[in-house]
Design a protein around this ligand. Structure first.
Ligand code: GFB
Length: 312
């Protein structure tokens, strides 16, 4: 990739896509292309093909996806599997047809079996049953990985895949029903503080472990991999994480402290816990020379500041 390369970031308004846009712009990549959902429906094959034929991007970051937290995944599985399969298949096939030089596909750590040994090594893919709450999303993401793998195998393309752990940061979805745990708790603790409420309710037992990576670190890793490595160096895919996790209960205490909420934390046991742990093994990523920079505390502080700036 050179600074004048034509680079398409699919999903540039989302959590990851917007961070990729910021990162690429800060590194002086000057020929970036984007389309909003309204301008280009990525589930529409003909529209995607026409867009690729017209624009002929050289590099593609496939960060467009239908995403959500545990409840959204569990409530709308048909939408999660259909939309993600369509988006991936359309973009990956059009990238092959139009001779894209390199594509980076974003998967998710939920592709691993529910009860796989921890930390999760790349080779554990498809070695056991998936977590039920996000099986639809996981199956779609596994299909994306395998699309890249088999296009590389049959057509000699250079499509690399990365598996991020749970991400958070600016431009996240803060809707309490559909969001992930981090934005949900930032909002809940903030609202409880300003409204002088006695307690904040968190879902589940608080016992599951999760690993959190700030999205600016994620974008840094993606651009680093695109700049320096090809599918031969990476293999089928590479995990992107920090190598450390905490319980949801500990996360709640941390956010409570950062926000400055003085009340109690109550658990709603009618809500699902999801997978008990999904800590990524980052040995391969480390061997490629990348590590995260933003500590969890700093990342939460920055996200809380961003959230406050948006609701003013
Ligand atoms: O982030 P989250 O929604 O998704 O939930 P997953 C993580 C954990 O936080 C679960 C608990 O144990 C939740 O029960 N939790 C506690 C809460 N309070 C809350 C809350 O107010 N809101 C939410 N959302 N959770 C998703 C998958 O799994 O992770 C996706 O569904 C994707 O497919 C994504 O892989 C990264 O980590 O369980």
């Amino acid at each position: 990739m050179d600074k004048r390369s034509k680079i398409y970031v699919a999903g540039h308004r989302g959590l990851v896509g917007s961070a990729l846009k910021r990162k690429l712009e800060s590194k002086d990549y000057s020929n970036l292309i984007f389309r909003t959902h309204r301008e280009l429906d990525l589930t529409n094959q003909q529209a995607v093909n026409e867009f690729f034929e017209r624009e002929k991007p050289e590099y593609v970051f496939l960060a467009a996806a239908k995403v959500g937290g545990i409840l959204a995944n569990n409530t709308y599985p048909a939408e999660f599997i259909y939309e993600n399969l369509m988006i991936e298949a359309n973009i990956i096939h059009a990238s092959y047809k139009c001779g894209v030089k390199k594509l980076l596909f974003l998967g998710s750590s939920c592709i691993y079996p529910k009860l796989a040994p921890q930390p999760l090594k790349e080779e554990y893919l498809l070695t056991g049953p998936l977590e039920e709450t996000n099986e639809a999303y996981a199956v779609a993401k596994i299909a994306g990985i395998r699309l890249c793998k088999h296009y590389n195998q049959q057509y000699g393309t250079n499509f690399i895949s990365v598996m991020p752990t749970n991400l958070y940061g600016p431009n996240d979805n803060f809707d309490l029903e559909t969001s992930h745990v981090m934005p949900a708790l930032v909002r809940k603790f903030h609202e409880a503080k300003v409204n002088n409420e006695p307690e904040v309710v968190i879902w589940g037992t608080g016992k599951p472990y999760r690993e959190f990576l700030h999205v600016d670190d994620m974008a840094d890793a993606c651009v680093y991999l695109m700049e320096n490595f090809n599918t031969d160096d990476i293999g089928e895919f590479v995990n992107i994480g920090v190598g450390k996790d905490i319980t949801i209960g500990e996360l709640a205490e941390l956010i409570k402290e950062i926000v400055g909420f003085k009340g109690e934390i109550r658990k709603d046991l009618s809500k699902p816990d999801g997978t008990p742990q999904k800590l990524l093994d980052i040995t391969k990523l480390s061997s490629l020379g990348w590590k995260a920079n933003i500590s969890l505390k700093d990342g939460i502080r920055q996200t809380y500041e961003w959230y406050q700036s948006q609701i003013k």
